[in-house]
Design a protein around this ligand. Structure first.
Ligand code: MTE
Length: 307
C-alpha cells in the first residue's frame, strides 16, 4: 500500500474548517461522489515523510501567495486578477495514444471519480514550501477511462489559452503559451499523482488553478500545472514550458533534490511559508520526503544528470 493514513496529521492541524463553496459544478460533482457532506470526506493522508509534523499551512497564505504567470509575475496580484477567468463550463480532452479519446465536461469527469483528501508538502523550485490539504483524485483513475495504448510513454498537460482573461498570454515573457507540462507515464499513473479540484475542503480558488490542476508532490511546484484543458498521451517526451524557456534551470524531471543546486541558488533548504520565526526554514528532502514511494521510479537514472 503506497498511500496510508498517517496518524501524526490530525484534523485539528488543518487550519481551516471544512467548508464547501457554493460553486455549482464542484458541489454537484462532489455530491455525486463520496462528498455528500463535509463529514463524508474520505481522507487519504500523505504517506511517510521524514517529518512527523506535517502541519497544514494557513489557507490564507496559500491563497495569497501564488505563481500564476498567465495573470502576473507577482505572487500577490493573481489572487485578484484570476477571478476574471471563466471556469464554468469547463471541459478536458484526453487524446493521443489511447484507444478511446475522450472529451469530458467537468461534471461528467468528476462523477466518475472518488474525491479524497491528500495532505502534501509542496516545494517550489524557488526554495519555499507549504503543506496543503488538497481534494482530488488519482490521475491514473482518469487516464484509464481513455484506455491508454502500450505506445503511451509520456503524458502532456496543457493549460487553457484565453488571452482575454489571461493577459500575460499576449506578452512574450520567455514562456511559451499556453503553459504546458509533462510526466513519464509511470510518474503520471503513480498513486501519489493527483488532479486537485479543491483545497482546505473548498473548491479550488481560481488563483490556485481552478477548476482542475495537477499535483505531483515529489517534484518542484512548476510541474503542477493549473487550469488543465488537455491531457495527451504520447510516444515521445513532450516539450514543456519552463524546460523550453531555460533547460539548464528547469529540467523535465524536476524531482526535488537538495543535492542539485539551481544554477542561481542552493536547494539545500526551503523557507516554510506561514511559519513562525523559529521554524521558518527546513532542510529540503530528496523527492520532497516521498522517496520511499517514488525512488524506485528512478532506480536506473543518475539524478544529478536528469534534473
Ligand atoms: N500553471 C500555470 N498554468 N501557470 C503557472 O504560472 N505556475 C507553476 C505551477 N503551475 C504555474 C502553473 C508554479 S511555478 C508553481 S510553484 C505552482 O503552480 C504554484 O502553485 P500555487 O500558486 O497554487 O502555490
Amino acid at each position: 500500500m503506497l498511500i496510508k493514513s498517517k496518524p501524526s496529521i490530525s484534523d485539528h492541524e488543518i487550519t481551516d474548517p471544512l467548508i464547501f463553496s457554493q460553486r455549482r459544478q464542484i458541489l454537484k460533482a462532489f455530491a455525486a461522489t463520496t462528498l455528500a457532506s463535509a463529514a463524508g470526506i474520505g481522507k487519504v493522508l500523505a504517506a511517510e515523510t521524514h517529518d512527523n509534523h506535517l502541519t497544514a499551512t494557513p489557507a490564507e497564505v496559500v491563497k495569497n501567495y501564488t505563481n500564476y504567470y498567465e495573470f502576473s509575475f507577482n505572487k500577490q496580484d493573481s489572487t485578484k486578477l484570476a477571478q476574471a477567468l471563466p471556469i464554468d463550463p469547463w471541459s478536458v480532452e484526453i487524446s493521443g495514444e489511447v484507444e478511446r479519446p475522450l472529451r469530458l465536461n467537468l461534471e461528467q469527469l468528476l462523477k466518475q471519480q472518488t474525491i479524497q483528501e491528500y495532505v502534501y508538502r509542496f516545494r517550489c523550485v524557488e526554495a519555499w514550501s507549504m503543506v496543503v490539504p488538497w481534494q482530488g483524485f488519482q490521475l491514473a483513475n482518469l487516464l484509464k477511462l481513455a484506455k491508454p495504448l502500450s505506445s503511451a510513454r509520456y503524458v502532456k498537460f496543457t493549460t487553457l489559452f484565453n488571452p482575454q482573461a489571461m493577459p500575460n498570454q499576449l506578452t512574450s515573457s520567455g514562456l511559451n503559451w499556453p503553459y504546458t507540462e509533462g510526466l513519464r507515464i509511470d510518474e503520471a499513473t503513480h498513486p501519489l499523482t493527483i488532479l486537485a479540484v479543491g483545497m482546505y475542503g473548498e473548491s479550488l480558488p481560481k488563483q490556485n488553478g481552478a477548476p482542475l490542476r495537477l499535483i505531483v508532490p515529489w517534484k518542484y511546484g512548476f510541474k503542477s500545472i493549473k487550469a488543465i484543458v488537455k491531457i495527451e498521451l504520447l510516444k515521445d517526451q513532450p516539450a514543456t514550458a519552463w524546460n523550453q524557456s531555460a533547460p539548464n534551470e528547469y529540467g523535465f524531471y524536476a524531482n526535488v533534490n537538495p543535492a542539485v543546486a539551481h544554477p542561481r541558488w542552493s536547494q539545500h533548504s526551503e523557507r516554510v511559508l506561514g511559519s513562525s520565526f523559529f521554524t521558518a526554514r527546513r532542510e529540503t528532502e530528496l523527492f520532497n520526503g516521498y522517496g520511499d514511494q517514488v525512488a524506485d521510479l528512478y532506480r536506473d537514472m543518475d539524478l544529478r544528470r536528469f534534473i
